[in-house]
Ligand binder design. Structure first.
Ligand code: CMC
Length: 390
Protein backbone atom coordinates (compact mmCIF):
# COMPACT_ATOMS: atom_id res chain seq x y z
CA UNK A 1 0.00 0.00 0.00
CA UNK A 2 1.54 3.30 -1.04
CA UNK A 3 1.64 6.14 1.47
CA UNK A 4 2.08 9.91 1.04
CA UNK A 5 5.80 10.76 0.85
CA UNK A 6 7.48 13.63 2.73
CA UNK A 7 9.05 15.93 0.13
CA UNK A 8 10.87 19.23 0.55
CA UNK A 9 12.77 20.71 3.42
CA UNK A 10 11.27 20.97 6.91
CA UNK A 11 10.93 24.46 8.35
CA UNK A 12 12.41 24.45 11.83
CA UNK A 13 11.40 26.87 14.60
CA UNK A 14 13.62 29.77 15.47
CA UNK A 15 14.65 29.95 19.12
CA UNK A 16 12.32 32.09 21.24
CA UNK A 17 12.62 33.36 24.79
CA UNK A 18 10.95 30.88 27.15
CA UNK A 19 9.66 31.77 30.62
CA UNK A 20 10.68 28.53 32.29
CA UNK A 21 7.80 27.13 34.35
CA UNK A 22 5.55 29.56 32.39
CA UNK A 23 7.11 32.46 34.32
CA UNK A 24 5.53 35.71 33.17
CA UNK A 25 2.77 33.96 31.19
CA UNK A 26 -0.72 35.45 31.56
CA UNK A 27 -3.43 32.80 31.18
CA UNK A 28 -6.57 34.89 31.18
CA UNK A 29 -8.40 37.92 32.57
CA UNK A 30 -9.93 37.51 36.02
CA UNK A 31 -11.96 39.54 38.48
CA UNK A 32 -11.45 37.05 41.31
CA UNK A 33 -8.14 37.80 42.92
CA UNK A 34 -4.80 39.49 42.63
CA UNK A 35 -1.32 38.99 44.07
CA UNK A 36 1.06 41.97 44.11
CA UNK A 37 4.36 40.21 44.66
CA UNK A 38 6.41 43.38 45.07
CA UNK A 39 4.21 44.91 47.77
CA UNK A 40 3.20 41.60 49.38
CA UNK A 41 -0.51 42.10 48.80
CA UNK A 42 -3.20 39.52 48.30
CA UNK A 43 -6.63 40.67 47.18
CA UNK A 44 -9.92 38.73 46.77
CA UNK A 45 -12.49 40.57 44.65
CA UNK A 46 -11.03 43.95 45.60
CA UNK A 47 -10.72 43.25 49.35
CA UNK A 48 -7.27 43.06 50.91
CA UNK A 49 -6.71 39.71 52.65
CA UNK A 50 -6.04 41.44 55.99
CA UNK A 51 -9.57 42.94 55.86
CA UNK A 52 -11.10 39.53 55.24
CA UNK A 53 -8.93 37.72 57.81
CA UNK A 54 -10.00 40.26 60.42
CA UNK A 55 -13.71 40.45 59.62
CA UNK A 56 -14.97 37.62 57.44
CA UNK A 57 -15.69 33.90 57.74
CA UNK A 58 -14.82 31.04 55.39
CA UNK A 59 -18.40 30.73 54.10
CA UNK A 60 -18.68 34.48 53.48
CA UNK A 61 -15.30 34.58 51.74
CA UNK A 62 -16.32 31.63 49.58
CA UNK A 63 -19.52 33.47 48.63
CA UNK A 64 -17.41 36.52 47.78
CA UNK A 65 -15.09 34.49 45.57
CA UNK A 66 -17.98 32.80 43.76
CA UNK A 67 -20.38 35.74 43.37
CA UNK A 68 -18.03 38.74 43.34
CA UNK A 69 -19.70 40.60 46.20
CA UNK A 70 -20.19 40.30 49.95
CA UNK A 71 -23.55 38.66 50.70
CA UNK A 72 -26.47 40.20 52.57
CA UNK A 73 -27.45 38.29 55.73
CA UNK A 74 -30.24 36.52 53.82
CA UNK A 75 -27.91 35.54 50.96
CA UNK A 76 -25.31 34.26 53.40
CA UNK A 77 -27.88 32.25 55.37
CA UNK A 78 -29.19 30.64 52.18
CA UNK A 79 -25.68 29.90 50.94
CA UNK A 80 -24.68 28.32 54.25
CA UNK A 81 -27.87 26.28 54.25
CA UNK A 82 -27.07 25.01 50.77
CA UNK A 83 -23.58 23.92 51.84
CA UNK A 84 -24.99 22.20 54.94
CA UNK A 85 -27.52 20.35 52.77
CA UNK A 86 -24.66 18.91 50.70
CA UNK A 87 -22.37 17.86 53.58
CA UNK A 88 -23.27 14.19 53.67
CA UNK A 89 -21.47 11.90 51.23
CA UNK A 90 -22.73 8.59 49.77
CA UNK A 91 -21.83 5.41 51.65
CA UNK A 92 -20.04 4.12 48.52
CA UNK A 93 -17.44 6.87 48.95
CA UNK A 94 -16.75 5.78 52.54
CA UNK A 95 -16.60 2.13 51.37
CA UNK A 96 -14.03 3.11 48.73
CA UNK A 97 -11.97 5.06 51.28
CA UNK A 98 -11.97 2.03 53.59
CA UNK A 99 -10.12 0.12 50.86
CA UNK A 100 -7.34 2.73 50.60
CA UNK A 101 -4.22 1.45 52.43
CA UNK A 102 -3.48 3.37 55.66
CA UNK A 103 -0.01 4.06 54.29
CA UNK A 104 -1.47 6.09 51.39
CA UNK A 105 -0.91 9.82 51.64
CA UNK A 106 -4.23 11.51 52.54
CA UNK A 107 -3.96 13.72 49.43
CA UNK A 108 -3.93 10.60 47.23
CA UNK A 109 -6.88 9.27 49.22
CA UNK A 110 -8.62 12.63 48.67
CA UNK A 111 -8.16 12.26 44.91
CA UNK A 112 -9.78 8.81 45.19
CA UNK A 113 -12.69 10.04 47.32
CA UNK A 114 -13.47 13.02 45.08
CA UNK A 115 -13.09 10.82 41.97
CA UNK A 116 -15.65 8.40 43.47
CA UNK A 117 -18.04 11.27 44.22
CA UNK A 118 -17.87 12.11 40.51
CA UNK A 119 -18.57 8.48 39.51
CA UNK A 120 -21.73 8.58 41.62
CA UNK A 121 -23.06 11.94 40.39
CA UNK A 122 -25.45 11.50 37.44
CA UNK A 123 -24.94 15.21 36.59
CA UNK A 124 -21.15 14.96 36.42
CA UNK A 125 -20.94 15.11 32.61
CA UNK A 126 -23.72 17.62 31.92
CA UNK A 127 -21.15 20.41 31.69
CA UNK A 128 -23.59 23.33 31.72
CA UNK A 129 -23.08 26.48 33.76
CA UNK A 130 -25.98 25.39 35.96
CA UNK A 131 -24.63 21.88 36.59
CA UNK A 132 -21.05 23.08 37.18
CA UNK A 133 -22.26 25.71 39.66
CA UNK A 134 -24.31 23.17 41.61
CA UNK A 135 -21.41 20.68 41.59
CA UNK A 136 -19.18 23.46 42.93
CA UNK A 137 -21.48 23.88 45.95
CA UNK A 138 -21.43 20.11 46.48
CA UNK A 139 -17.66 19.94 46.23
CA UNK A 140 -17.05 22.87 48.56
CA UNK A 141 -19.21 21.11 51.17
CA UNK A 142 -18.07 17.55 50.50
CA UNK A 143 -14.32 18.09 50.23
CA UNK A 144 -14.45 18.67 54.01
CA UNK A 145 -16.48 15.50 54.62
CA UNK A 146 -14.21 13.34 52.46
CA UNK A 147 -11.07 14.81 54.07
CA UNK A 148 -12.57 14.32 57.54
CA UNK A 149 -13.37 10.66 56.80
CA UNK A 150 -9.82 10.09 55.49
CA UNK A 151 -8.37 11.60 58.66
CA UNK A 152 -10.43 9.23 60.81
CA UNK A 153 -9.97 6.06 58.76
CA UNK A 154 -6.19 6.39 58.58
CA UNK A 155 -6.15 6.34 62.38
CA UNK A 156 -8.34 3.23 62.46
CA UNK A 157 -11.37 5.22 63.65
CA UNK A 158 -14.89 5.43 62.24
CA UNK A 159 -15.84 8.52 60.17
CA UNK A 160 -17.91 11.10 62.04
CA UNK A 161 -21.17 12.31 60.46
CA UNK A 162 -21.32 16.05 59.70
CA UNK A 163 -23.04 18.18 62.33
CA UNK A 164 -25.46 20.61 60.62
CA UNK A 165 -25.40 22.96 63.62
CA UNK A 166 -21.68 23.71 63.19
CA UNK A 167 -20.10 26.28 60.87
CA UNK A 168 -18.12 24.88 57.93
CA UNK A 169 -14.64 25.02 59.52
CA UNK A 170 -15.84 23.83 62.94
CA UNK A 171 -17.68 20.96 61.30
CA UNK A 172 -14.59 19.98 59.30
CA UNK A 173 -12.48 19.94 62.48
CA UNK A 174 -15.17 17.92 64.25
CA UNK A 175 -15.24 15.36 61.41
CA UNK A 176 -11.43 15.10 61.50
CA UNK A 177 -10.76 14.99 65.23
CA UNK A 178 -14.10 13.69 66.54
CA UNK A 179 -14.22 16.64 68.96
CA UNK A 180 -15.96 19.99 68.61
CA UNK A 181 -13.27 22.69 68.48
CA UNK A 182 -13.05 25.31 71.22
CA UNK A 183 -13.53 28.98 70.36
CA UNK A 184 -9.81 29.66 69.80
CA UNK A 185 -9.30 26.70 67.49
CA UNK A 186 -12.44 27.46 65.50
CA UNK A 187 -11.50 31.13 65.01
CA UNK A 188 -7.83 30.56 64.13
CA UNK A 189 -8.58 27.69 61.77
CA UNK A 190 -11.36 29.64 60.08
CA UNK A 191 -8.94 32.50 59.39
CA UNK A 192 -6.40 29.95 58.05
CA UNK A 193 -9.13 28.70 55.70
CA UNK A 194 -9.81 32.27 54.51
CA UNK A 195 -6.08 32.80 53.87
CA UNK A 196 -5.80 29.64 51.75
CA UNK A 197 -9.00 30.04 49.72
CA UNK A 198 -7.54 31.59 46.57
CA UNK A 199 -4.17 32.69 45.30
CA UNK A 200 -3.86 33.96 41.76
CA UNK A 201 -2.87 31.61 38.96
CA UNK A 202 -1.14 29.09 41.21
CA UNK A 203 -0.28 25.64 39.87
CA UNK A 204 -3.32 23.76 41.20
CA UNK A 205 -5.75 26.48 40.11
CA UNK A 206 -4.24 26.47 36.64
CA UNK A 207 -4.45 22.66 36.62
CA UNK A 208 -8.18 22.70 37.42
CA UNK A 209 -8.83 25.35 34.75
CA UNK A 210 -6.68 23.53 32.23
CA UNK A 211 -8.57 20.25 32.72
CA UNK A 212 -11.99 21.89 32.70
CA UNK A 213 -11.13 23.91 29.57
CA UNK A 214 -11.35 20.63 27.61
CA UNK A 215 -14.99 20.48 28.81
CA UNK A 216 -14.06 17.58 31.03
CA UNK A 217 -16.14 17.36 34.20
CA UNK A 218 -15.73 19.40 37.39
CA UNK A 219 -14.77 16.34 39.47
CA UNK A 220 -11.90 15.47 37.11
CA UNK A 221 -10.72 19.08 37.25
CA UNK A 222 -10.73 19.07 41.06
CA UNK A 223 -8.99 15.68 41.27
CA UNK A 224 -6.26 17.21 39.09
CA UNK A 225 -6.07 20.23 41.39
CA UNK A 226 -5.61 17.98 44.43
CA UNK A 227 -2.81 16.12 42.62
CA UNK A 228 -1.05 19.39 41.90
CA UNK A 229 -1.51 20.77 45.41
CA UNK A 230 -0.02 17.58 46.90
CA UNK A 231 3.47 18.38 45.57
CA UNK A 232 6.09 19.66 48.07
CA UNK A 233 6.82 22.72 45.92
CA UNK A 234 3.15 23.72 46.27
CA UNK A 235 0.72 22.82 49.08
CA UNK A 236 2.76 19.85 50.27
CA UNK A 237 5.37 22.28 51.62
CA UNK A 238 3.41 22.77 54.87
CA UNK A 239 3.94 19.15 55.92
CA UNK A 240 7.60 19.22 54.89
CA UNK A 241 8.28 22.49 56.72
CA UNK A 242 6.92 21.08 59.99
CA UNK A 243 8.90 17.84 59.54
CA UNK A 244 12.09 19.96 59.56
CA UNK A 245 11.02 21.93 62.64
CA UNK A 246 10.27 18.74 64.56
CA UNK A 247 13.80 17.47 63.92
CA UNK A 248 15.47 20.57 65.36
CA UNK A 249 16.22 20.70 69.10
CA UNK A 250 16.56 24.43 69.66
CA UNK A 251 17.42 27.77 68.05
CA UNK A 252 21.14 26.97 67.73
CA UNK A 253 20.21 23.80 65.89
CA UNK A 254 17.99 25.91 63.62
CA UNK A 255 20.91 28.21 62.79
CA UNK A 256 23.09 25.20 61.97
CA UNK A 257 20.32 23.79 59.76
CA UNK A 258 19.97 26.99 57.72
CA UNK A 259 23.76 27.37 57.32
CA UNK A 260 23.97 23.78 56.11
CA UNK A 261 21.16 24.39 53.57
CA UNK A 262 22.90 27.52 52.32
CA UNK A 263 26.30 25.81 52.06
CA UNK A 264 24.80 22.87 50.18
CA UNK A 265 22.33 24.92 48.12
CA UNK A 266 19.37 23.03 49.58
CA UNK A 267 15.92 24.59 49.45
CA UNK A 268 14.30 25.46 52.74
CA UNK A 269 10.66 24.40 52.78
CA UNK A 270 8.12 27.14 53.42
CA UNK A 271 10.29 29.87 51.86
CA UNK A 272 10.35 31.54 48.47
CA UNK A 273 7.65 32.16 45.93
CA UNK A 274 7.31 32.66 42.19
CA UNK A 275 5.30 35.87 42.63
CA UNK A 276 6.10 37.26 46.09
CA UNK A 277 9.43 38.99 46.36
CA UNK A 278 8.20 40.56 49.61
CA UNK A 279 6.83 38.97 52.79
CA UNK A 280 3.78 36.80 52.00
CA UNK A 281 0.84 38.51 53.81
CA UNK A 282 -0.65 35.10 54.70
CA UNK A 283 2.58 34.18 56.51
CA UNK A 284 2.35 37.44 58.49
CA UNK A 285 -1.05 36.42 59.89
CA UNK A 286 -0.07 32.78 60.43
CA UNK A 287 3.26 33.75 62.04
CA UNK A 288 1.38 35.74 64.67
CA UNK A 289 -1.05 32.86 65.23
CA UNK A 290 1.88 30.49 65.51
CA UNK A 291 3.44 32.59 68.26
CA UNK A 292 0.16 32.81 70.23
CA UNK A 293 -1.17 29.29 69.72
CA UNK A 294 2.10 27.38 70.28
CA UNK A 295 2.65 29.39 73.47
CA UNK A 296 -0.86 28.59 74.73
CA UNK A 297 -0.42 24.89 73.94
CA UNK A 298 2.99 24.61 75.63
CA UNK A 299 4.87 24.31 72.32
CA UNK A 300 6.44 27.77 72.25
CA UNK A 301 9.81 26.21 71.34
CA UNK A 302 8.37 25.32 67.90
CA UNK A 303 7.65 28.96 67.14
CA UNK A 304 11.04 30.08 68.47
CA UNK A 305 12.85 27.55 66.27
CA UNK A 306 10.75 28.62 63.27
CA UNK A 307 11.43 32.30 63.98
CA UNK A 308 15.18 31.64 64.15
CA UNK A 309 14.99 29.92 60.75
CA UNK A 310 13.07 32.88 59.38
CA UNK A 311 15.65 35.37 60.70
CA UNK A 312 18.57 33.37 59.29
CA UNK A 313 16.93 32.88 55.87
CA UNK A 314 15.99 36.55 55.56
CA UNK A 315 19.51 37.60 56.57
CA UNK A 316 20.97 35.33 53.87
CA UNK A 317 18.36 35.54 51.11
CA UNK A 318 16.09 38.51 51.91
CA UNK A 319 17.79 40.63 49.25
CA UNK A 320 16.93 37.91 46.72
CA UNK A 321 13.26 38.24 47.72
CA UNK A 322 13.07 35.01 49.70
CA UNK A 323 10.74 35.22 52.71
CA UNK A 324 8.43 32.80 54.53
CA UNK A 325 5.39 31.78 52.49
CA UNK A 326 1.97 30.57 53.66
CA UNK A 327 3.29 27.05 54.26
CA UNK A 328 5.99 27.95 56.79
CA UNK A 329 3.98 28.79 59.92
CA UNK A 330 0.65 27.08 59.14
CA UNK A 331 1.93 23.64 60.17
CA UNK A 332 3.04 24.88 63.61
CA UNK A 333 -0.49 26.15 64.24
CA UNK A 334 -2.18 22.94 63.04
CA UNK A 335 0.27 20.77 65.00
CA UNK A 336 -0.26 22.78 68.18
CA UNK A 337 -3.98 22.11 67.78
CA UNK A 338 -3.25 18.37 67.66
CA UNK A 339 -3.74 17.80 63.91
CA UNK A 340 -1.40 15.17 62.48
CA UNK A 341 1.05 16.50 59.83
CA UNK A 342 -0.18 14.23 57.01
CA UNK A 343 -3.54 16.04 57.26
CA UNK A 344 -2.05 19.54 56.76
CA UNK A 345 -2.25 19.63 52.95
CA UNK A 346 -5.84 18.31 52.95
CA UNK A 347 -6.75 21.39 55.08
CA UNK A 348 -5.31 23.47 52.22
CA UNK A 349 -7.52 21.57 49.73
CA UNK A 350 -10.64 21.93 51.92
CA UNK A 351 -10.09 25.69 51.68
CA UNK A 352 -8.66 26.09 48.13
CA UNK A 353 -11.67 24.27 46.65
CA UNK A 354 -13.42 27.68 46.84
CA UNK A 355 -10.83 29.37 44.63
CA UNK A 356 -10.65 26.40 42.26
CA UNK A 357 -14.42 26.40 41.71
CA UNK A 358 -14.69 30.19 41.42
CA UNK A 359 -11.96 30.33 38.80
CA UNK A 360 -13.14 27.30 36.81
CA UNK A 361 -16.64 28.82 36.65
CA UNK A 362 -15.29 32.24 35.67
CA UNK A 363 -13.20 30.77 32.84
CA UNK A 364 -16.05 28.49 31.71
CA UNK A 365 -18.21 31.52 30.86
CA UNK A 366 -15.99 32.27 27.87
CA UNK A 367 -14.13 28.98 27.59
CA UNK A 368 -11.26 28.28 25.23
CA UNK A 369 -9.15 25.14 25.53
CA UNK A 370 -5.67 25.76 27.01
CA UNK A 371 -3.10 24.68 24.48
CA UNK A 372 0.38 26.20 24.83
CA UNK A 373 3.35 25.12 22.72
CA UNK A 374 6.90 24.01 23.51
CA UNK A 375 10.12 25.02 21.80
CA UNK A 376 11.42 22.01 19.86
CA UNK A 377 15.16 21.59 20.39
CA UNK A 378 15.52 17.92 19.43
CA UNK A 379 17.34 16.37 16.45
CA UNK A 380 16.47 17.54 12.93
CA UNK A 381 16.22 16.15 9.41
CA UNK A 382 16.81 12.47 10.27
CA UNK A 383 16.08 9.65 7.85
CA UNK A 384 14.43 6.49 9.15
CA UNK A 385 16.97 3.74 9.82
CA UNK A 386 15.75 0.14 9.27
CA UNK A 387 16.04 -2.17 12.28
CA UNK A 388 18.97 -4.23 10.86
CA UNK A 389 21.02 -1.05 10.28
CA UNK A 390 20.73 0.46 13.81
N1 CMC B 1 15.23 28.00 49.83
C1 CMC B 1 16.40 28.40 49.32
N2 CMC B 1 16.51 29.00 48.11
C2 CMC B 1 15.39 29.21 47.41
C3 CMC B 1 14.14 28.82 47.91
C4 CMC B 1 14.08 28.19 49.16
N3 CMC B 1 12.92 27.78 49.67
N4 CMC B 1 13.19 29.14 46.99
C5 CMC B 1 13.83 29.70 45.97
N5 CMC B 1 15.16 29.73 46.22
C6 CMC B 1 16.21 30.28 45.35
C7 CMC B 1 16.56 29.23 44.29
O1 CMC B 1 17.59 28.39 44.72
C8 CMC B 1 16.96 30.11 43.13
O2 CMC B 1 18.25 30.61 43.37
P1 CMC B 1 19.29 30.92 42.15
O3 CMC B 1 18.62 31.99 41.33
O4 CMC B 1 20.52 31.35 42.86
O5 CMC B 1 19.41 29.63 41.41
C9 CMC B 1 16.00 31.31 43.22
O6 CMC B 1 15.65 31.39 44.61
C10 CMC B 1 14.72 31.11 42.41
O7 CMC B 1 14.14 29.86 42.79
P2 CMC B 1 13.23 28.98 41.85
O8 CMC B 1 13.11 27.62 42.44
O9 CMC B 1 13.70 29.08 40.44
O10 CMC B 1 11.87 29.77 41.98
P3 CMC B 1 10.47 29.31 41.44
O11 CMC B 1 9.68 30.54 41.24
O12 CMC B 1 10.61 28.39 40.29
O13 CMC B 1 9.87 28.43 42.64
C11 CMC B 1 9.01 27.86 44.74
C12 CMC B 1 9.03 28.91 43.62
C13 CMC B 1 7.90 28.23 45.71
C14 CMC B 1 8.67 26.50 44.13
C15 CMC B 1 10.37 27.83 45.44
O14 CMC B 1 10.60 29.05 46.08
C16 CMC B 1 10.51 26.68 46.40
O15 CMC B 1 10.87 25.56 45.99
N6 CMC B 1 10.21 26.89 47.72
C17 CMC B 1 10.18 25.79 48.67
C18 CMC B 1 8.87 25.04 48.60
C19 CMC B 1 7.74 25.85 49.16
O16 CMC B 1 7.83 26.42 50.22
N7 CMC B 1 6.59 25.88 48.42
C20 CMC B 1 5.37 26.57 48.84
C21 CMC B 1 5.07 27.72 47.95
S1 CMC B 1 3.84 28.87 48.59
C22 CMC B 1 2.36 28.00 48.76
C23 CMC B 1 1.91 27.28 47.58
O17 CMC B 1 1.88 27.75 46.47
O18 CMC B 1 1.53 26.13 47.78
Amino acid sequence: MSQPKYVGKMEWPVAVQIGKGLEGAITSETEIGYVDGEKGWLVYRGYNIFELAENSTFEETTYLLLYGKLPTQKELDEFKQKLVSYREIPGEVIDTLRKVPKTTHPMAALETGIGMLGCLDPDADKCTMESETEISFKLIAQMATVAGAIGRLRQGKEPVDPDPTLEHTANYLYMTTGKKPDELMEKVMDVAMILHADHGMNNSTFTTMCIHSTLSDMYSAIVGGIGSLKGPLHGGANEQALAVLLKLKDEEDATRYVKDCIANKKKIMGFGHRVYKAYDPRAKVLGKFSQDVTEKKGMGHLYRIAKRIEDEVIAAYGEKGIFPNVDFYSGTVYYAFGIEPAMFTPIFAVSRISGWCARVLEYFRDNRIFRPRAMYVGPRDLTYVPMDKR
